[in-house]
Structures are given as C-alpha cells and as structure tokens.
Design a protein around this ligand. Structure first.
Ligand SMILES: Cc1cc2nc3c(=O)[nH]c(=O)nc-3n(C[C@H](O)[C@H](O)[C@H](O)COP(=O)(O)O)c2cc1C
Length: 203
C-alpha cells in the first residue's frame, strides 16, 4: 500500500495534550477546511454540512465562556473539578472546528425523494462524519494534534447567538486542535479476522 493518503489515515490519532500554538498559517487552516467542504461527498450531493472554525481568542471564548458554564450548570458538584480540568485542556488548544447539518437540505431531499425519506436523516449523519474525519486527518497530517468532542446540544444556543449561526442548524461534533504537547494513548486492535471478510480475491 503506497502513498501519502494511508500515511495520513494511519497517523491520525486522538491527542488530548495540546498547546495554543499553531503549526501552519491560519490561511492554510482555512484552505484545508474549504477543500474538505468542497470535496467531501454528501448523500445525493446534498451538501448539508456546515462548518464553523474558531481560532485563537474565539476558540478560548468557546471553551471558557460557553462550554464551561454550560457543563458546570448540569454537572454534579463533585464531578466538576475533573470536568473543569478536561475543559481546560480543550481551551488550551489553538482552534475548534464545529460541524453542523442544515436540516433544510435534509428536508428538501425528503420531499424530492419520498422513497428514501426515512433514510436521509441517517445519511446526513454519515455525511457530517465524513467531513469530521477528513478535516481531523488533514489537520493532523499538517502536524496538529486533535480530538473530537460532543458537548452539543448543551452549547448550541449560546454558540448560535455568539457567532450568528442559524438556530436550526444541528451541531454534531467539535474537533479541538493545537500543537501536540503529548502523545496519543496506546491503542489496541481487535483481530482483523473478526472485522474484515474478503471473498473472490484473485491474487
Ligand atoms: C464517532 C466518534 C465519536 C467520538 N467521540 C468522542 C468524544 O466525545 N470524546 C472523546 O474524547 N473522544 C471521542 N472520540 C475519539 C475516540 O475515542 C477515538 O477515536 C478512539 O478511541 C480511537 O483512538 P484514536 O482516535 O487515537 O485512533 C470519538 C470518535 C469517533 C469516531
């Protein structure tokens, strides 16, 4: 197996220890996200994914002023110190990519292709996940570390109000990234024989 694509696939990991330095210019970060938004596929070419990128001070605002108070309001008092420590780790990164789906695009497909109406919400989730994966892998290929978080829907309204995001967009995940300040944890693999089945191979 050759090429840089699988090098990037293999070296993408979850990295929690991040510093708030960047490893490439912001314009390059924007270009990576632009290219992913343009070229990652979507079901029936719906292009239902929306992406919000928060860098530097805006990233810190997200974690310190929005996520922390939202989590503190619902966390049991004894759980808050460890939650706060975890959230400090995310705030300590350089940026966050927030992945949304626009339900208007999903509804339009449901109207147009009634036969698959019940499938489009699921395919919208798949579409969003493909964007998450492409951007996660691409940012790490550039030398960033990143991890994927899910504080939605707790934080959706505040984010919409702060960065002028339509309330109806559905937030799916938050990819935190920054300069790696630690290594990925050890990862174990289930036997491939339990997970992969090939029939009809000729050579
Ligand atoms: C769909 C999905 C959801 C995930 N959600 C979270 C999450 O909410 N918080 C977190 O810290 N990691 C999350 N992760 C990261 C996984 O725990 C991680 O990818 C997995 O343990 C494999 O490790 P690796 O990313 O280093 O390969 C998620 C990963 C995927 C693919």
């Amino acid at each position: 197996m050759s090429g840089t694509f699988f090098d990037a696939v293999k070296s993408r990991r979850t990295i929690y220890q991040l510093s708030d330095e960047s490893v490439i210019p912001d314009s390059k970060i924007k270009e990576i996200v632009e290219q992913a938004v343009l070229h990652v596929p979507s079901s029936f070419n719906s292009q239902s994914t929306r992406v919000l990128v928060l860098l530097g001070a805006e990233h810190k605002k997200l974690w310190n002023e929005i996520v922390k108070p939202a989590v503190k309001a619902v966390a049991p008092a004894e759980a808050w110190p460890s939650s706060e420590q975890r959230l400090n780790g995310f705030a300590g990164g350089y940026g966050t990519v927030l992945f949304y789906e626009d339900p208007a695009d999903v509804h339009a497909l449901q109207q147009k292709f009634a036969l698959y109406a019940d499938k489009f919400p699921q395919w919208s989730e798949h579409t969003n996940a493909m964007h998450q994966y492409a951007i996660w892998t691409a940012l790490e290929a550039e030398g960033f570390g990143a991890n994927l978080q899910h504080y939605n829907p707790l934080i959706d309204e505040k984010i919409a109000a702060t960065w002028n995001i339509p309330q109806v967009w559905s937030l799916k995940g938050q990819l935190v990234f920054g300069k790696p300040a630690g290594k990925a944890g050890e990862k174990t693999f289930k036997p491939l024989e339990e997970r992969l089945f090939v029939h009809g191979a000729k050579n």
